[in-house]
Design a protein around this ligand. Structure first.
Ligand code: AMP
Length: 184
């Protein structure tokens, strides 16, 4: 395992419809700090993104934010970040987050979260990396996504091995355990 693993968190820029989502984000941010790991994320102070980052910082963790210039007024970076990396484009932002991370954890989120997650998984399929990825499946939020993946595999538009590129964890703590096991 790297001396100080960097965990990339993909999650919603919205809080979602249930306070349980924010509670999971807070527990994950705190858990990353308590593990002695570093968080990298999209820098925004909104929704689950902000909740994860603030909890990590409050627990004494290091947080790197990555944000394109054009989003700074919209997503408003979290105060007190350990480092803030500004990029020209969304693609550059994703590239920096991907390249810096040792592992990925996915909380509930919207289309941006889905885009980042599916790109990371398809790059694994193409042999571009072997970095672990775990979903925190809060209240079964990601169940329709897993069903779609099963459907694609069943209908032979996706290799079965794709289903092994991600772990499904019921809680932030379980996702951290899955990542710890994969990195050790
Ligand atoms: P969302 O899950 O839609 O709330 O978005 C979560 C994060 O993903 C936000 O920081 C968005 O700026 C970012 N995002 C939105 N669309 C994209 C995209 N096409 N590619 C990469 N990131 C995106």
């Amino acid at each position: 395992m790297a001396a100080k693993p960097t965990i990339c968190v993909y999650c919603g820029s919205s809080p979602g419809a249930d306070p349980g989502y924010t509670a999971a984000a807070t527990a994950l941010g705190r858990g990353i700090a308590n593990a002695g790991w570093r968080l990298i994320y999209g820098a925004g102070d909104l929704g689950l993104m902000g909740a994860t980052a603030r909890a990590c910082l409050d627990a004494g963790g290091e947080v790197i934010g990555v944000i394109p210039h054009h989003l700074r007024d919209i997503e408003k970076e979290t105060m007190g970040l350990t480092a803030l990396i500004r990029t020209e484009t969304m693609h550059e932002r994703k590239k920096v987050m991907f390249a810096t991370a040792d592992a990925f954890i996915v909380l509930p989120g919207g289309p941006g979260t889905l885009d980042e997650t599916i790109e990371t998984l398809t790059w694994r399929q193409l042999g571009l990396h072997e970095k672990p990825l775990a979903f925190v499946d809060v209240d079964g939020y990601w169940r329709p996504f897993f069903e779609l993946m099963d459907h694609m595999a069943d209908r032979k538009f996706m290799a079965d091995r794709f289903l092994g590129f991600y772990e499904v964890a019921p809680s932030p703590e379980a996702a951290l355990d899955a990542v710890r096991a994969a990195l050790s």
